[in-house]
Each structure stands twice: as C-alpha cells, then as structure tokens.
Ligand binder design. Sequence first.
Ligand SMILES: Nc1nc2c(ncn2[C@@H]2O[C@H](COP(=O)(O)OP(=O)(O)OP(=O)(O)O)[C@@H](O)[C@H]2O)c(=O)[nH]1
Ligand SMILES: [Mg+2]
Length: 310
Amino acid sequence: MSLAASLLQGDVRALAKAISLAEDRDPEATQIVTELQPQTGRAHLVGITGAPGSGKSSLVDLLLQVIRQRGKTVGVVAVDPSSPFTGGAVLGDRIRMQRHTLDKGVFIRSMGARGHLGGLAAATREVIHLLDAYGRDVIIVETVGVGQSELEIGTVCDTTVLVLVPESGDAVQSIKAGIMEIADIFVINKADLGGAEKTRRLIQDAMALGPAPAWAPPILLTAAIKDQGGVELWQAIERHWEYLSQGGGLQDRRLQRLKQEVLALVAEQARDDARQQLEGDTPVARRLRQNPNGTLNPYALAAELMGRAR
Ligand SMILES: Nc1nc2c(ncn2[C@@H]2O[C@H](COP(=O)(O)OP(=O)(O)OP(=O)(O)O)[C@@H](O)[C@H]2O)c(=O)[nH]1
Ligand SMILES: [Mg+2]
C-alpha cells in the first residue's frame, strides 16, 4: 500500500514518515501531498504566535486538554526557526506537552530550520496538509513571531491567536504598527504576574483607534502555568471559527493562503535554481571565481540568474 493510502487509513507511522520526507524537502513528499489534496480542507487551522517564552507551548498544552475533553483530535506543529532540532520535539515542548504523549488523539511534531527558512515555511505547509488529510479536526501551529515574513502565521491559519505577556510595552507598540490585522484573538498570558489588566487596556485603546472591524478580536487573560483560561480561549477560538464559516470570509482567507503557498513554492524553487547556478559549473559561477574580490554587482547577477535583462 502506498504511503498516502496508509496515512489515510490512520497509520501513524505513515504520517510520521511522510512528515520526515516533507522536512527533508524530498520530492516524494510533494507527490504524497498532491495525492492527498482532495482529502484536505476539513481541519480548523489555529495559529498560536508570540514572542519567545511568552507561554505559547504551555497554552497549547492547556488547549489540548480542553479540545480532547470535547472529543476532537488534534495535530500540533511547533515551528522554531532558531532551533536546529527537528522530528519528535524540542526539549521544552516535550516537557510541556508530555502529558499528551500517550493519547492517540494528539500528534505533536516540532520543526526546526535545518537549512534555510524558505524550506521550513514550505515544509510547515506540507505538514499541515498531511495532518489535515490524516483527519485531525484541529491543527495547531505554534510559531515564534512576528517577523519572519515567510512564516507569517496569519497567512497559514484560519484563526490566529497572538500571545502577549503583561506590560510588554514593545508588544503593544508593534500592535500599533500593524500586528493588529493578524490577531483574531489576543491572549495576555502570565496574568498571574500582575499588570495584565493594564496591558488589556493598552490593546483596547490601540484597537479603538482603527475602524470597527466585522470581527472584534477578544482580549483574554490566561495563566497557562496555573491551568487558567484554557476553556475560555478554546471557546473564543470556536466562536471565531463559526464566524468565519458563516460568511465571515473563510473562503477568502483560504484563497489568500493558497496564494501565499504558491509564492513560497516559487521562492523556494527560484532560490534552489539560483544556488545551483552559483555553485555549479555555469557561466555565472565561473565569472564569480575569476573575480574573487567581490566587485561584481549583486543586482545584475540576481537579474541574470532570474533570466531578466537589467
Ligand atoms: N508565571 C507564569 N509563567 C508561565 C506561564 N505560562 C508559561 N510560563 C513559563 O514561561 C516559560 C516559557 O513557557 P513556554 O510555554 O515554553 O513558552 P513559549 O512561548 O512556547 O516559548 P518558546 O517556544 O521558546 O518561544 C516557562 O518557564 C513556563 O513555565 C504563566 O501563565 N505564568
Ligand atoms: Mg514553545
């Protein structure tokens, strides 16, 4: 039986194997994803993003409990561009989500940037498709944000949760600068540390400046470490899903996502082609070797590699 067929039958080893192929950027993964395409589009994709250490994994752990109590199956992809680790889970995630490791309704995978970021973004998208075809009801994508444009979670997920911590002046600053648009739900985690109400007001004030949106992002207070706020967070996520499904732009979001995915694939392919030309036995590479002082014009070289006259 093909890997794709085994995966569809619920074989978790087939899923893990397909994910490894996607991480390796193996062309076979692309084939599998293509074969499985008709079986995708059912899952609710939930993005959890925020600064390093804001408590994203702890919140995911909390959500897993709530979601499982409601009988839904979950796939978690924790993406960490700064980590070389891949497969299984990076240490922190393994510890924080370990109470779910024996539950067949939970599948957790951590992904690091082995090579280049573009590849990681493409691999993440493929893994999401695989989990979707595998039949997970909910797929949670944890990413450190915001900043890596290619991993912009807003373009990957249906519902994006932005995790802040109390009195992070910087975070509120960047909200003014425009993160606002990507957050469907704000979470102020570590509310046990105090100062969360003040942060809530800062966000509210920042939101009041713009036009009233069709969906007003709720601002929730959580203390993941104390198991507080998980139910409310899940309820908010479900409300947003209902809103999206009932004329709130699910189609549009998914169309944007498709465009982003195509762009990412084009970028990955173009970068690979360019790298081959730079490293191989090509006219460009020969000219570069003859000119070790680096005085050639990078713009002209890039245009040449892309086949454009400048
Ligand atoms: N006081 C307090 N600490 C918390 C809370 N939630 C998480 N932490 C702690 O914050 C630290 C980071 O938590 P993680 O869940 O790993 O945060 P993260 O955002 O996933 O971190 P990265 O994936 O490394 O970016 C850990 O030491 C947690 O115990 C909370 O509600 N209150
Ligand atoms: Mg984490």
